[in-house]
Design a protein around this ligand. Structure first.
Ligand SMILES: [Ca+2]
Ligand SMILES: [Ca+2]
Ligand SMILES: [Ca+2]
Length: 136
């Protein structure tokens, strides 16, 4: 009976260490952070994308803007592209051009979505960029 338990113990230890190995090998999480503009003057708003651990090879991920309550080409210029984390890099920046208007309005939102990562998992794939109105 005791032998049997030792066998189970050793077996589960092997399972757990191989699981831990898999998680460390595939454990890069990629997230994108929300941002708020200071006003709506034509500015370039930076949106930051983080990877939880640096890798020894390139990691790529696509991004694309979409309308929240903001309207493309009126409140901001739409953009999309592919970010590349070079070996050792954990932070990348996306620039979004904000457009000024004369309407008094509430804070408007742009959505920035990440997709198709070449490695790891997308932990937080959606950011909101809040455009602060300056006409109210
Ligand atoms: Ca606006
Ligand atoms: Ca304005
Ligand atoms: Ca406005």
């Amino acid at each position: 009976m005791k032998k049997y338990f030792i066998k189970i113990f050793l077996f589960s230890k092997i399972i757990f260490s191989s699981l831990a190995f898999c998680f460390s090998a595939f454990g890069a999480n990629i997230s994108i952070a929300d941002a708020t503009t200071p006003n709506e003057e034509p500015v370039s708003q930076t949106v930051v994308v983080f990877m939880s651990s640096a890798q020894s090879f390139d990691v790529e991920v696509d991004y694309e803007t979409a309308d929240g309550t903001a309207t493309k080409n009126e409140d901001y210029l739409p953009s999309s592209g592919r970010l590349t984390f070079r070996p050792g890099e954990t932070v990348k920046a996306i620039s979004i051009a904000i457009l000024d208007d004369n309407a008094a309005e509430k804070k408007e939102t742009i959505i920035v979505e990440l997709k198709n990562t070449s490695f790891g998992t997308l932990r937080d794939s959606r950011a909101f960029v809040y455009i602060t109105d300056d006409d109210s």
